[in-house]
Design a protein around this ligand. Structure first.
Ligand SMILES: N[C@@H](CCC(=O)N[C@@H](CS)C(=O)NCC(=O)O)C(=O)O
Length: 200
């Protein structure tokens, strides 16, 4: 299999961490791309022009980070990232993580590509509010998030989204404002799947 990715995409990192947690690193070739410059390799595999994309051994391309992670999880039975007995809870947190990632990523991209007016628009305001509300909800439900005996897709998604906030939007002071989430995040991200895939 091939995973198309770069080093700053939170979505690509989530797929890569899922791959590592499932022990699939020897079966997946990492193909580094620049999604913002119409990388030909990426366009060949994903007409949407986005990473991550996973090309299966049968030559099919999977896009969308959550679908890629779900597929990788299904290839190996042990240590499921979406355990049957906690499926709804794990998907609940995976959704919160994805929403947080999207709001933060769109805020960062808007700053990079749009003008001042667009960055002070109603849409932009809605994104900042979504980030605040999601972090507040996660801070309040930290016991449920942290209660899982093995790492889940929900935890991966939330932890990567928080890492992305710390990396791209440090002025939001996420650790100081959400201390329980910070302690949980600090501990989870000691795992090799996180330390070897740091944003840079
Ligand atoms: N919903 C998608 C989002 C993927 C995405 O937005 N990827 C960005 C990089 S972080 C990208 O490739 N953007 C290039 C573009 O939109 O043209 C997922 O979960 O995989």
């Amino acid at each position: 299999m091939k995973l198309l990715l770069n080093k700053t995409s939170p979505y690509a990192r989530m797929a890569r961490i899922a791959m590592l947690e499932k022990g699939l690193q020897d079966k997946v070739e990492l193909c580094w791309c620049d999604p913002w410059n119409d990388d030909p390799q990426m366009l060949q595999h994903n007409p949407a022009g986005r990473i991550p994309a996973l090309v299966t051994d049968h030559g099919l391309t999977l896009s969308e980070s959550l679908l890629i992670a779900t597929y990788l999880d299904s290839l190996i039975d042990h240590d499921p990232l979406i355990p049957e007995d906690r499926k709804a809870l794990v998907l609940h947190f995976a959704g919160l993580g994805q929403g947080l990632m999207e709001a933060s990523f769109n805020a960062v991209i808007a700053r990079k590509y749009l003008d001042e007016a667009a960055n002070n628009s109603v849409l932009s305001e809605r994104r900042w509010n979504a980030i605040d509300r999601t972090l507040t909800q996660l801070e309040l439900s930290i016991e449920q998030l942290a209660a899982t005996p093995s790492i889940s897709l929900g935890e991966i998604g939330v932890a990567v989204a928080i890492d992305y906030l710390l990396f791209r939007l440090p002025e939001l002071d996420t650790y100081a404002r959400y201390p329980k989430l910070a302690a949980w995040h600090q501990s989870l991200t000691q795992r090799p799947s996180f330390t070897t895939t740091r944003f840079n």
